[in-house]
Design a protein around this ligand. Sequence first.
Ligand SMILES: Cc1cc2nc3c(=O)[nH]c(=O)nc-3n(C[C@H](O)[C@H](O)[C@H](O)COP(=O)(O)O)c2cc1C
Length: 206
Amino acid sequence: MPEPILAILIGSTRPGRVGPKFAEWFRDSAVAHGGFDVELIDLAQLNLPLLDEPNHPRMRRYVHQHTIRWSRTVERADAFVFVTPEYNFGYSAALKNAIDYLSGEWADKAVGFVSYGGVAGGTRAVQQLKQVVTALRMVPVVESVNVPFFSQFIDADGRVAPSDPMIRAARAMLDELLRVTALIRPQLDDVDPGSPAVPELAASRA
Ligand SMILES: Cc1cc2nc3c(=O)[nH]c(=O)nc-3n(C[C@H](O)[C@H](O)[C@H](O)COP(=O)(O)O)c2cc1C
């Protein structure tokens, strides 16, 4: 049986964005973790227009090829990580647009967040995202990677040079994504639920 598929979405699209740097670092962390088959999705390359489907996405009566392709991409993933900037205390319009295009394709899948920004490390964007993803029946995990004053973690070659807390946070989030995926997608029966990140949970499950 293959590993569950983790799709990592780059949530910013503007020229000169740093989103791909953090997404590529996290992609490498996820590959090294070994629990998932990892895919990277760049919303800039996807280049979705502003939502232009006439029907509610719950109906899946898509009329545009770009929506059908996006639907298949999201459908085949088992879990997600949204790599998000913080724009005006929120997340990007491109990410909201990509989310709104679909409905059931997102449901019953775990989602984690890599955020970056100034003093708040993108956490205000993450809080907004959590509210939206639960409307789609996604399951946001508690563990997250939040990078404050992100430019200090970009080296002279333009690559992310992570701190130890970032490395630990990435590992914890990947462990939790795998654990939650095993619980909410039991049809993927080779996924080992593993140990909960929160010890009290272990007691309640025993
Ligand atoms: C339109 C806009 C709004 C921003 N608002 C915030 C903000 O509210 N909080 C923050 O920490 N950084 C903010 N920033 C700075 C971003 O953290 C920084 O530009 C970062 O590089 C954005 O991610 P990106 O390069 O992937 O687009 C803002 C940047 C832009 C372009």
